[in-house]
Write a protein that binds this ligand. Structure first.
Ligand SMILES: [Mn+2]
Length: 326
């Protein structure tokens, strides 16, 4: 995979003219958001040591990613935001401006007042940056950042490679999802060769589970039921979150286990939060499109992973049947 040379040249020109670079990722950041936020930040800092580079998110870095170099430097946006002259923004893994949660408080970041670069892989991204690196075929934003560095002739050190590997691993479920292409393996190869600490990422992300997370997942797994339509369905109530002490983000990943029941067409986890019921849908099948199912509830997503949110609460329903006792 190669990025257009003229876009790279234009991006480098913007960076060279800047005094400060502010990198921003989306709210509720996942591994790809944090990995690309830190990866880009550290890369730019290394390439242009005379410039001030800062990294920002409206939400804190999840504990799971605290092992990453630079994780403790991530802050909310400084107030007031530095003047446009001499400032360049870099947006990473944001499918649209509102995912930064700065679109209402800081519309000037998106209306052309500020110059910006954008790195993303969400197909519906409206290309809201001044220079856009949008690659919908990439499994993660971190890969796009890696190509940018490699094509620019920049050295990727082991710290930066570790950040970037994190995003590739989390957005591919540990290289297990169907979005893993030969290019993904090639990029992983380059990052591991650059000293990326693969095992550190795997252990922190896939082999570490807080007690509250494991107990929450226990409840999810215990409540799986199979429907006549071929769905494996489970639900978590606000009571489950309270009883386990888990927060909402700890539900991430549980759906892959619900989706593991053999022979099912799709899986669904319903979860209660702040007066809303959220649905997460997954399928392993090529002939099922869960984004269409989510669409019926005004949601959306990809063919194999989608979601929706409805106002309301969950009401448990137990079905009893009287049978003859032999
Ligand atoms: Mn991503």
């Amino acid at each position: 995979m190669r990025l257009p040379e003229q876009d790279i040249a234009q991006a480098r020109e913007l960076l060279e003219q800047a005094k400060r670079v502010l990198v921003v990722c989306h709210r509720n950041p996942d591994g790809d958001a944090i990995g690309s936020l830190l990866g880009v930040g550290l890369l730019i800092e290394q390439a242009y040591p005379e410039k001030t580079v800062t990294m920002h998110c409206v939400d804190p870095v999840p504990e799971m990613f605290h092992f990453l170099p630079g994780a403790f430097r991530v802050t909310t946006l400084p107030e007031p935001v530095p003047e446009p002259d001499g400032t360049v923004f870099i947006f990473v893994d944001c499918g649209e401006p509102k995912l930064t949660e700065l679109h209402e408080t800081h519309p000037q970041l998106f209306d052309g007042t500020y110059k910006s670069l954008m790195f993303d892989h969400h197909p519906k991204n409206p290309n809201f940056g001044t220079v856009n690196f949008l690659v919908p075929d990439a499994a993660s934003t971190c890969e796009i950042v890696a190509w940018f560095a490699l094509q620019s002739g920049w050295t990727i050190g082991s710290d930066i490679a570790t950040c970037l590997l994190t995003g590739v691993y989390t957005d591919t479920g540990g290289l297990l999802h169907s979005n893993v292409t030969p290019d993904v393996y090639r990029t992983v190869g380059s990052l591991v060769r650059a000293g990326g600490r693969r095992q550190e990422v795997v252990n922190a992300v896939f082999r570490t589970g807080k007690l509250s997370t494991l107990q929450l997942w226990g409840r999810v797994l215990e409540k799986i039921s199979l429907t006549e339509e071929g769905g494996a369905i489970s639900a978590v109530t606000e009571g489950d979150f309270r009883a386990t002490g888990a927060d909402y983000s700890e539900l991430t990943g549980a759906i892959d286990y619900v989706n593991a029941v053999p022979g099912m067409k799709f899986s669904l986890i319903l979860s209660e939060r702040d007066g809303k019921v959220k649905g997460s849908l997954r399928t392993l099948r090529d002939d099922v499109d869960v984004s269409l199912m989510a669409g019926k509830f005004s949601g959306g997503g990809h063919k194999k992973a989608a979601g929706f949110a409805l106002p309301g609460k969950l009401k448990p329903e137990v079905r009893w049947k009287v049978v003859d006792e032999e």
